[in-house]
Every structure is written in C-alpha cells, then in structure tokens.
Design a protein. Structure first.
Length: 195
C-alpha cells in the first residue's frame, strides 16, 4: 500500500482538508468584508464591472470534475502564491497612497495577506502528504507592479479581491472533493461526484 493510501495518511489528509476548509471559509468571509471596506474607502461603486486583471488567476475552470486531487492542489497553490504577491503590492500601493490615513484598510489587507500565506503553506503540507512536494517557488524578484494610474490601481485591487473571494469558494470545493474517502491524488471524481 502506498504511503498516500495508508489509513493514517487518509486520516491526516481528511484532517488537513477539514482545517483547510475552515481556513478558506474564514478567509472568504474576511475578503468579503475587506471588499466592502475597499469599495467604500476607494470611492468605488460595488456594482462596477472589472475586466480580467493581468496576473490575477481565475477560479473558473473547465472540466472541474476531471481534475485529480493533485491538479486541484497545484492550481490552488499557484493561485495563492500569485495572490500573495498581488496583495503585497496592493498593501504597498495603499501605504504610498494614503500613508497611515487609512490604517484600518491597511490592517485588513495585511490580515488577508497573512491568511493567504498561511493557506498556501497549508496547501504545501497537503501536497507533501500526497507524496508530491510542492513545486519550488521561484525566488526571483516578483514582477514589478504595472505602472497604472490611481483609478486603474483601484480597479486592479477590486479585481484581485473579487477573484480571491472566488478562489476561496473554489478551494473549499476542491478540499471537500479531496477529503472524500477513496479520493486520492491520482483519482478524478466520477460525474456523479462533481459539484
């Protein structure tokens, strides 16, 4: 029996998935609250439509039901690593723009950034358990933030937060799928199991 299929490994995977589901749920709640604050503080309209933002991974996926557990984890990890960079850029831009004048928004951004980092680490733990270590994170300097005007930065931030909220929902679905008995890293769910 492979290490990833042993009973203790299956219990550990379910435990990590359960904790991950709680983390993602909390993160989504905090991101939704942050979105409300962000829209208000930045003077934006909540119904504003934002086109896809470059560098922001989209949570939508075709053929979700055909993905293996490992594929789901790898996509989640790549997304949260990207969000970590994007949120750090947003936090820096916010500090440059407003300084300490809007400390509550800065604290909320920093809190969500911390949650994203913790969730990425959690996903790395799950990948290790699946007998597949996480892909190395390129330690090169993050891509420079695009040179955008103030309004474009606000829209980019709105797009980042909206997509992060969607990823939190997708992560819960992915982790629930992975936590199901008999669902390992190499198995894709059947059509009846898809969300």
């Amino acid at each position: 029996m492979a290490a990833a299929d042993s009973p203790s490994s299956a219990l550990r995977r379910r435990d990590l998935c359960s904790r991950g589901i709680r983390l993602a749920g909390k993160m989504r709640s905090d991101v939704v609250d942050l979105l409300d604050t962000y829209v208000e503080r930045q003077g934006l309209d909540a119904s504003l439509s934002v086109a896809a933002v470059e560098g922001v991974p989209t949570a939508a996926v075709e053929r979700w039901d055909e993905q293996t557990g490992t594929q789901r984890l790898l996509e989640n990890l790549a997304a949260y690593r990207a969000f970590r960079v994007l949120l750090a850029q947003m936090l820096e831009e916010q500090r440059e723009q407003l300084g300490e004048a809007d400390a509550p928004l800065g604290r909320a951004l920093a809190s969500v950034l911390l949650q994203v980092s913790a969730f990425a680490y959690h996903l790395e733990e799950l990948l290790r358990l699946e007998s597949r270590g996480p892909p190395s994170e390129e330690r090169a300097a993050p891509p420079p933030a695009p040179h955008l005007g103030l309004f474009e930065r606000k829209l980019r931030g709105l797009g980042v937060l909206r997509e992060l909220a969607q990823w939190a929902v997708r992560s819960v679905r992915d982790l629930r799928q992975l936590a199901k008995p008999g669902t390992g890293s190499s198995s894709a769910p059947g059509p009846a199991e898809s969300p």
